[in-house]
Design a protein around this ligand. Sequence first.
Ligand code: UT7
Length: 368
Amino acid sequence: MGAVITGWGKCRPPLSLTNADLATLVDTDDEWISERTGISERGICHVETTDMAEVAAHHALAAAGLSATDLDLIVMATVTPEISCPSNACVLQERLGAVNAGAFDLNAACSGFVYGFASATSMVASGVARRILLVGVEKLHFVLDYRDRNTCVIFGDGAGAVIIEHSDEPDVGVLGVDLGADGPAGSTMVIPTLGTRGELSTFRDPSMHRLHFEGQAVYKIAVKGMTDSVTRALGRASLTADDIDLVVPHQANLRIIKAATSRLGVPESKVMVNIETHGNTSAASIPMALCDALDQGRVAPNDTIAITAFGGGVTWGSVIFRWGDRVARLQTSDATLPAPTGDVFDVLAANREFYSSYHEENSDSSDV
Ligand code: UT7
């Protein structure tokens, strides 16, 4: 019995932070960002993580022709949970009225959706669950420093969701999986806070709050990690790169995507990319790109798809799977986020204020 995707949806927040906007915040320009990352603009969320997850979930449920009460499990992959307990998946369960569903959060950073997909499809294939909602969602701007040009230009906010159900069709579902981690390399990408480390304090330390990464080290880990991981997953499926119809990679950086897929020998025409308008949205990037691929008619019935990611941990993962027979939505939803009351600079004003004294003390030249 195969486990297939029967519904898909996404929520790209309405507020965009363009490269030109960023050039008013830090010492950067459109040319540098476009050439080094492939990103032109990214979504910035004016509400909460779970609000984006809820919108994406409504679209995915409609596409599958299901009600929330049909779900028996909700899995949410995120490194930017709104709160730590209850889990964000439980908050979403309440919002959706998914009274028959279990719910839990999962953290594998940018690999979260791939880890979630491997877990959820296994649970469906083994009969533990019949209908699972898997959401990848991030409100990354909350852990970024919009006075640090090294990190703030890359990331965006958003949510993507899929419904995974069993299928009686022959030869569909997961064909090969590779999941891995390298804890000792974990210091290359860190969000030091949003956890229990340290003493109680009324003061939130900017240096402990902001995301830190070593760009070039991560770049190398990413290219090698995704290439090797897809190769292992293909081997377990007894397939080669020629058998892949579409790769939907984590949208980390266009250069990383191009380097990894070219090493694999997959032509650009078979690689889904939407980083230009979405930025790097960590656990949300693959389900949002998958959604766009379906909307653009780039997925055909029974296609062989590869999803692959790397991220903090360090983690990586790839799943090769065969799509089912339906690539059109059964129904649509009009779910949407509430309209923002201000502009993107209003959303980032508190962030700029928060990091102001930190950069005065550390005299960071990238601040403008
Ligand atoms: O999802 C996983 C999360 N992390 C990632 O995906 C990050 C992976 N790494 C990358 O994507 C790339 O390493 C970056 C995009 C972060 C950086 O690109 P790079 O080609 O590795 O640039 P670099 O770090 O070697 O920096 C080159 C120069 C430096 O100036 P100097 O020392 O040569 O004078 C930087 O200070 O570019 C400078 N720079 C910038 N200039 C304009 C760094 N950030 C910027 C910026 N605008 N935003």
